[in-house]
Design a protein around this ligand. Structure first.
Ligand code: SF4
Length: 414
């Protein structure tokens, strides 16, 4: 509205207009859907000429729906050090509260070789960190006869020394099939020991109403197995407070899960019914109750601090970003814990060794060690499947010792 008031041309892109292009606020505006991003130049050209264009079609290949845009499209990265690769679009679920599914549809995975090529090219362009994303990375490959561990083993061969790979969100059901392999991959020195597994609720009856297709014990199996096999791993999760039908007892089960795992990174969402979803038609929990539960969970989250015991540790961290207040550079250690380091230009994009001297709720602060080696990403020697050494074996041993001393990371609460 503001842009239009200023007589600017507007193009609306992404899932929301794709799912509901007839909403009032979109009237007369140009829209580009999730599978048409490669035609953005046409849409902008037309919008500039004052025309309203809507490209919302679903691409098909031999009748099969294709997923997102081509992987080799030209790209300007928001952060030139980080490449974000979507490994698949859509998912295999039908969660009753979800709007994304309406826009993204069923699972459509990119072929392994295309993803490997994208990663290889990114490293050649100076990237030092790759994030793999999707609605559900655990489901990757089920539609094309492959799976997530196969992709990850191919990708780790491409990660140069001094660079890292971060895996995105996975729902519990599909990752359960791959726990053994996933634990080996997450122990790889060039892969962050970090997994985002959204539990949403610890009540089986709420999970059933959400149609999440797992029970709380499935989540526990994933978390317990990985915590056992990947020492120090960070398990981040999401929780929805006040889903329709959630009783006080259901909510208590969720609080108990948080007390049990003390998630360092917890995304708390107060339930909001997305129009057109099955959950919007269910009997809603009163707004006051939803608010109260969200507050209670948030207080619980802020009642613990899993970082203090890390003070004094020596850690290898990869510097990729700048802090919001521009005072520090932001780096991450093996567990994808946020470590603030001094803003020295020679650190950007490098792996450095620091001593942790301060810990807050959401961060650690690290002091660079004098004379420690600085790793600059370089094209790596291919690794064999199952091989754990990417830096030196000595470095790996040191990291493993730190893992045993460490627990979990904290990230800003959403
Ligand atoms: S919330 Fe459920 S339906 Fe929606 S994208 Fe995630 S897994 Fe798919």
């Amino acid at each position: 509205n503001k842009a239009q008031e200023q007589d600017k041309k507007v193009v609306v892109a992404g899932c929301v207009p794709q799912a509901q292009p007839r909403m009032d606020y979109l009237k007369g505006l140009s829209i580009i859907g999730v599978q048409q991003i490669d035609r953005v130049v046409e849409v902008v050209d037309e919008a500039v000429k004052g025309h309203s264009v809507r490209l919302l079609g679903q691409k098909k290949d031999n009748g099969k729906r294709l997923g997102g845009a081509r992987l080799d499209l030209p790209k300007i990265r928001k952060n030139p050090l980080i490449e974000i690769i979507s490994i698949n679009t859509g998912c295999l679920n039908a969660c009753t509260y979800c709007k994304t599914k309406h826009a993204r549809g069923d699972l459509a995975s990119y072929p392994v070789e295309e993803l490997v090529e994208r990663a290889r090219q990114s490293f050649q362009e100076g990237v030092c960190e790759i994030w793999l994303t999707s609605e559900d990375t655990g489901a990757y490959g089920k539609d094309i006869g492959t799976d997530l561990p196969t992709l990850l083993w191919r990708l780790v061969e491409e990660i140069p020394e001094g660079a890292m790979l971060r895996l995105g969100m996975t729902n519990p059901p599909y990752i359960l099939e791959h726990l053994e392999e996933m634990s080996k991959i997450l122990n790889h020195p060039r892969v962050y020991a970090f997994l985002h597994v959204p539990v949403q609720s610890a009540s089986d009856s709420v999970l059933m109403d959400m149609k999440r297709e797992y029970c709380a014990d499935d989540f526990r199996r994933v978390a317990d197995f990985l915590k056992d096999k990947v020492p120090g791993i960070t398990i981040a999760t999401d929780i929805i407070c006040g889903f329709p039908g959630e009783t006080d007892a259901d909510f208590q089960e969720t609080c108990d899960l948080v007390k049990e795992y003390r998630f360092p990174s917890l995304f708390i969402n107060q339930f909001y019914p997305r129009p057109g979803t099955p959950a919007a038609k269910m009997t809603q929990v009163p707004a006051q109750v939803k608010k109260q539960r969200t507050k209670e969970l948030s207080t619980l989250f802020h009642s613990y601090n899993p970082y203090h015991h890390k003070i004094g540790e020596t850690q290898l961290v990869l510097v990729t970003e700048e802090s919001f207040d521009s005072q520090y550079y932001v780096a991450h250690n093996k567990y994808y814990e946020q470590v603030l380091v001094p803003k020295r230009s020679e650190f950007k994009g490098k792996m450095i060794e620091v001593e942790i001297f301060e810990a807050g709720k959401h961060f650690l602060k690290g002091r660079p060690l004098d004379g420690s080696e600085v790793f600059t990403p370089s094209i790596a020697e291919p690794l064999q499947q199952g091989e754990v050494s990417g830096l030196s074996q000595v470095t790996y041993s040191i990291r493993l010792c730190l893992c045993l001393l460490c627990q979990l990371l904290l990230e800003p609460q959403r």
